[in-house]
Design a protein around this ligand. Structure first.
Ligand SMILES: [Fe+2]
Ligand SMILES: [Fe+2]
Length: 379
């Protein structure tokens, strides 16, 4: 306990007298008139129900929220009456709208809560036993799931780390990243379950991944963390999921990847829309984001030399014979090109196309002779 109240209430005569007074029926009732705004609220779509978008009006809305929303630094909900002098100061560090905001964030939150799924029952685990998978392929898949389990746990920690640092004026963003934390906890759960359910169990934890994940967690600002995680890392993971669905050993795994992908796409979209918001509203922060992504890309490169990369090759080639490995390398080369192309596309969509010239990924493709290849998957 480190925050002690300024008053010992039971030893305070005013407090005790007032309590007795209330119990005699002598109410103040001043709170009946808070002076807050009353607005008419209707669901735009009855089928969809009452969303945060429907509440986006007047003092309750988010469109009117300025870049510096002067006001309470405690837990007063946006639109409630408050007296600044009496509110607790919770010490939020993220107090500018552009620190956290993203276009469409209320929609992302609504989508997140309406599309929750259950790793225990929505994956047909009982069907796994029906499929024969070569041993080395199952081991490679367990390695892939081990990597994903590591990644997903940091993706759970990251939004949790920043959530309470955001001013409560931005409750849509807080709600969204809280939903992300539960999404990621479920992803860590589903990959752990898959590694164990296949009989192999977990494989090696990957230092390359961990250093990169630590760099995300240690980012100096939320926006740098978001550019690194939502845009770059989860973007890469989303491409890997799509790819992993393609090379999945069983239909059970395909289902698993379809479920995680719908969440991941939402997290990446938030990252893109947050970046776009920053660039549109506070372009002076561009260089800071460039510098963060310079280092983020550097960390990401390192993952291309690891047990994970080899596991992907074995999975894609469906085995370890020379012919299978050759085919695996070809397919994974396609994945690498796709990851980089899709990252560049996201940068373009966020209005950050000048990042592409500066990116280290172009040099990577040239160095491993992938520059001029067409990223088409062999059938
Ligand atoms: Fe995830
Ligand atoms: Fe994610």
């Amino acid at each position: 306990m480190s925050y002690y109240g300024s008053t010992e209430y039971l030893a305070n005569d005013d407090f005790v007298l007032r309590m007795k007074d209330i119990r005699k029926g002598n109410l103040d009732l001043g709170w009946l008139d808070a002076g807050t705004e009353q607005i008419e609220v209707n669901a735009a779509s009855e089928k969809r129900g009452l969303t945060y978008l429907d509440l986006n009006k007047g003092s309750y809305g988010y469109d009117e929220l300025p870049e510096i929303p002067r006001g309470p630094r405690g837990s007063a909900p946006r639109g409630a009456a408050y007296e600044v002098a009496n509110q607790a100061d919770l010490g939020p560090e993220l107090n500018l709208k552009s620190d956290v905001w993203a276009y469409k964030v209320a929609s992302f939150y609504e989508e997140a809560v309406s599309r929750q799924w259950d790793a225990t029952t929505d994956v047909p685990w009982q069907d796994l036993a029906r499929y024969e998978t070569p041993e080395e392929v199952e081991i490679a898949f367990a390695q892939l799931c081990t990597f994903f389990t590591e990644v997903e746990m940091i993706a759970t920690d990251l939004p949790a780390k920043w959530c309470w640092r955001m001013n409560n004026q931005f409750h849509e963003v807080k709600g969204f990243i809280a939903s992300q934390a539960i999404d990621e906890a479920r992803h860590a759960e589903v990959f752990r379950k898959r590694a164990l359910a296949g009989g192999v169990g977990l494989m090696r934890a990957l230092p390359q991944a961990e250093h990169s994940l630590k760099a995300i967690l240690d980012s100096d600002t939320y926006s740098e963390a978001s550019a690194f995680m939502h845009l770059l890392a989860e973007g890469n993971i989303l491409t890997m999921f799509r790819f992993s669905e393609f090379i999945s050993p069983t239909p059970v795994d395909k289902r698993m990847f379809q479920l995680v992908m719908q969440d991941e796409a939402r997290h990446v979209s938030y990252g893109m829309q947050h970046l776009k918001w920053i660039l549109d509203n506070t372009p002076e922060r561009k260089e800071q984001l460039h510098a963060a992504l310079d280092e983020a890309e550097n960390f990401s490169l390192n993952q291309f030399d690891s047990a994970l990369f080899e596991a992907m090759i074995v999975l894609a080639g469906k085995g370890t014979s020379p012919a299978q490995i050759k085919k695996g390398i070809e397919i994974v080369g396609t994945l690498q090109i796709k990851q980089i192309e899709e990252y560049f596309q996201r940068l373009r969509r966020a209005g950050f196309e000048d990042r592409i010239e500066r990116s280290k990924f172009r040099d990577l493709l040239a160095m491993i002779s992938l520059s001029n290849q067409e990223p088409t998957l062999p059938s």
